[in-house]
Design a protein around this ligand. Structure first.
Ligand code: MTE
Ligand code: MOS
Length: 806
């Protein structure tokens, strides 16, 4: 239990906030320059597809200050990497698969010298036709990995008896991570073939592993350190590895420290993005708007190599049904190989792309059936509450199912609408409560009515209000990855060094770990220092990803600290002359209730004198998770995070521009470890999602060269795009069992709350047409896309008037 002095659950600030705002916080490029530092500049393929015939280096090497041009043949070990399958050469051998694919590393004394040399490097290629879209890849049979299928019941029978059938196709675009700090690494050679690598990475262990393979040495030669990242967002989960490995290769070849730091342009050209997806679906609803059956084919554009694509595709499938119980279903997911940068993890990890599909079906069903879109969604939640009486009267129970489905019907009723498409039971669906509280708090019904009245009298400007619930599975879906470690060192002045396996990318993980440690040892936060993440302190770590950084590392920190505290307790009892169970640790004091006390520092000195160890490692593995991909069944998630959002927009019928007027969010973070940090995560994730859906658009030329490779052509949301009125609240009284101090993961789930902007825009666009007409809106919802949808619905409304008049 927390004490009044505990740093948990109360007001807090980010542990590096003062450094972020003053500029004192150090990133890789801010580390002091080691003597003899050289710069490494990667050079990428000029073509999207082709044969690499030669790389002529003479002219580049002649540039003053240039020391080397490294190619595939300079790799001493294994020229291969990749987080799941080693299918990527670090430096291209004879085939080229994407513009920007790494071909060479120029090493020189300055960035200017390297850039001059890059201009003179002659890469000779035979260009071949490239595959640049999902449609082309499907036509060419260009796939990555195997399909993933989930099925339950007889989906054809369910669709056949549905009162409403909807067919749809949906394309969602990529998204650049646009972290403020681009990819960066500094490698420093040491004694005996050892190497220290400072990297801006979410996954230091992967860099250690990959670099050892590339150099052909044991992993114990390499130490990887992560000071902090200026953002990762998934883009540094697997793809920081390439640049760290290049720095390491050059450092070892030249026996000099080498830094690789990408310009924004190179970073955008060379690194993968959120996967574009394309899908088609058929959905069947009953007359009350309850979904009966859903069939989906979903395709992820993996780019040129496997990277994390299979895991991202899996998560898209796990989230195809979002928050809704779907009785009969068939989901099939495939990944395609195209000749673009290899697409990678990005906040939500395929979940957002998956959810878009069923949300499209839900929006369209509401429009067709004339049911309020929030109410229609509520009727589909997991759990029996969704069947309860609604504002519009009681709902009939499911119509009888055809005999072929009886089996599944029994299963479904046994579980009381609790079974996900992958057969995990949803235990504690918090959405009915979140739904009720948010709609009431945000005055939903009255605002919807007001907006309809506004739209009726405003010809050129329309408003819309959109609702979106989110249910997001927490755990790495590759169950093995759900483990973490910590190493806590206490010194004899009572100060503490905290090492844990997670990395800090701005999300506040270090702040949370610091608070957990201080709470557990009963010392003030100022006595604890969170150390640079390092592979020689906590080994064999997983990436800080899947939003699980504080769940996993928090439990490991808690265990290490609890072990130390319990080790010290008998000594404290002896010194205080009391029974061990009466000794309390809090606020830097070790005391007996109502009795004597000594300081934590005094206790540590006494422990040293008694030869009691003052350091401990902690380890945690999430219990009870398992998934069988072949069968499409299991319990992949430890629990689910929930939330819901309401977004209000205003759209101009003249330009297609829109503004987000107001956003209301109610999000479930369990019993928040640090509420301020969680609020920041929710706001940031929502805005980042809004960027993906409304303003960020990647454009390639017909030869596969990215045209949008800087802030002038690629628009991320700015402060002016943030909602004018942004109301975020955390669900109260909602502790989560079996998670660190009752908290819940927060990093990714709120990203998907931004999907509420789509039903909001649809509501506004529908206002330009006529009742019963469905807007046709494509993603991203840029002003062009919105204007096209407005013109289309106006044209259909006019056509309907003409035919009615005839
Ligand atoms: N917040 C900030 N400020 N910067 C980031 O790079 N990454 C997000 C999220 N929030 C990110 C962030 C992603 S993709 C994930 S998976 C989680 O943080 C990872 O950290 P956690 O597991 O500690 O939540
Ligand atoms: Mo986050 S996409 O899991 O790094």
């Amino acid at each position: 239990m927390s004490t009044p002095q505990s740093p948990l659950h109360g007001p807090s600030r980010h542990e590096s906030a003062h450094g972020h705002v003053s500029g004192a916080a150090r990133y890789v490029d801010d580390l002091p320059r080691p003597g003899g530092l050289l710069i490494g500049l990667p050079v990428g393929s000029p073509v999207a597809r082709g044969r690499l015939k030669a790389v002529n280096c003479a002219a580049a090497l002649a540039v003053p200050g240039v020391h080397a041009v490294l190619l595939a043949r300079d790799v001493p070990g294994h020229n291969r990497l990749g987080p799941i399958v080693h299918d990527e050469p670090l430096l291209a051998e004879d085939e080229l698969y994407a513009v920007g694919q790494l071909v060479a590393l120029i090493v020189g004394e300055s960035v200017a010298a390297c850039r001059a040399a890059a201009q003179k490097l002659e890469i000779v290629v035979d260009e071949a036709p490239a595959i640049l879209s999902v449609a082309d890849a499907i036509a060419a049979g260009s796939y990555l990995g195997t399909p993933h299928v989930m099925r339950r019941g007889d989906v054809e029978a369910a669709l056949a008896r549905a009162a409403l059938q909807i067919e749809g196709e949906l394309a969602s675009g990529g998204q650049d991570h646009f972290y403020l700090e681009t990819q960066a690494a500094l490698a420093i050679p040491g004694e005996d073939g050892s190497l220290e690598i400072h990297s801006s990475t979410q996954h230091p262990t992967e860099i250690q592993v990959a670099t050892a393979e590339i150099l052909g040495c044991d992993r114990n030669r390499i130490v990887v350190l992560v000071p902090r990242m200026g953002g990762g967002f998934g883009g540094k989960e697997s793809q920081a590895t390439h640049f760290a490995a290049l720095a390491a290769l050059a450092a070892v070849r030249l026996q000099r420290p080498v830094k690789v730091w990408l310009s924004r342009e190179l970073d955008m050209q060379m690194t993968g993005k959120r996967h574009p997806f394309w899908s088609r679906y058929r959905a069947g609803f009953d007359a009350h708007g309850r979904i009966l059956g859903l069939e989906v084919f979903i395709y992820a554009d993996g780019g040129w190599s496997i990277d994390l694509t299979p895991a991202i595709l899996d998560r898209a499938l796990f989230h195809l049904a979002n928050a809704y119980y779907v009785p009969a279903l068939r989901f099939e997911g495939r990944a395609v190989r195209t000749n673009t940068a290899s697409n990678t993890a990005f906040r939500g990890f395929g979940g957002p792309q998956g959810m878009l599909v069923i949300e499209d079906a839900m929006s369209r069903a509401a429009e067709r059936l004339g049911i309020d879109p929030a109410e229609l969604r509520r009727r589909n939640y997991y759990g029996p509450e969704a069947l309860q009486v609604s504002d519009s009267g009681p709902l009939a129970v499911d119509a009888p199912l055809p005999e072929g489905e009886l089996d599944e019907r029994v299963v479904a009723s046994l579980h009381g609408r609790k079974l996900t498409p992958y057969y995990q039971t949803v235990e504690d669906c918090r959405l009915p409560r979140i739904h009720r509280e948010l709609l009431q708090q945000a005055d939903y019904a009255a605002r919807r009515a007001e907006i309809d009245a506004f739209n009726a009298r405003s010809p050129l400007v329309k408003r819309g209000l959109g609702f979106m619930p989110v249910k997001f599975g927490i755990s790495f879906t590759n169950s093995v990855l759900n483990q973490a470690g910590a190493l806590v060192l206490i010194y004899t002045d009572g100060s503490v060094q905290l090492n844990h396996g997670g990395t800090e990318m701005g999300q506040g993980l270090h702040s949370k770990m610091l608070a957990v440690c201080a709470h557990e040892l009963g010392v003030p936060e100022r006595c604890v220092r969170v150390m640079t993440t390092a592979t020689d302190k906590v080994p064999n770590t997983s990436a800080t990803a899947a939003s699980s950084g504080s769940d996993l590392n928090g439990a490991a920190v808690q265990r290490a600290c609890a072990e130390l505290r319990e080790r010290l307790r008998p000594l404290a009892a002896e010194l205080l002359g009391a029974a061990p169970e009466l000794v309390g640790f809090s606020d830097g004091q070790v005391s007996v209730v109502g009795g004597r006390s000594i300081s934590f520092a005094e206790l540590t000195r006494a422990a040293w004198a008694r030869r009691i160890s003052l350091s401990a490692a902690g380890y945690y593995a999430t219990p009870g998770i398992v998934y069988d991909r072949e069968a499409g069944r299991g319990k992949p998630f430890h629990y689910f995070a929930y939330g819901a959002a309401l977004t209000e927009v205003e759209v101009s019928g003249l330009t297609g521009e829109h503004r987000v007027l107001r956003v209301d969010i109610l999000h479930d973070v369990g019993r928040s470890l640090l509420p301020n940090i969680d609020r920041g995560q929710i706001e940031g994730a929502y805005i980042q999602g809004l960027g993906w859906l409304t303003c960020e658009e990647l454009v390639w030329d017909p030869r596969g060269r990215l045209l949008t490779h800087g802030p002038s052509t690629y628009k991320i949301p700015a402060v002016g795009d943030a909602p004018e009125d942004f109301r975020v609240s955390l669900l109260r009284d909602a502790p989560q069992a079996d998670v660190i101090h009752g908290s819940k993961a927060v990093g990714e789930p709120p990203f998907m709350l931004a999907i509420s902007v789509i039903p909001a825009l649809r509501h506004a666009i529908a206002g330009f047409g006529e009742a019963g007409l469905e807007p046709r809106l494509t993603l991203p919802c840029t002003p062009e896309a919105i204007l096209r949808a407005i013109e289309d619905i106006r044209a259909r409304a006019r056509a309907a008037q003409v035919s009615a008049a005839e």
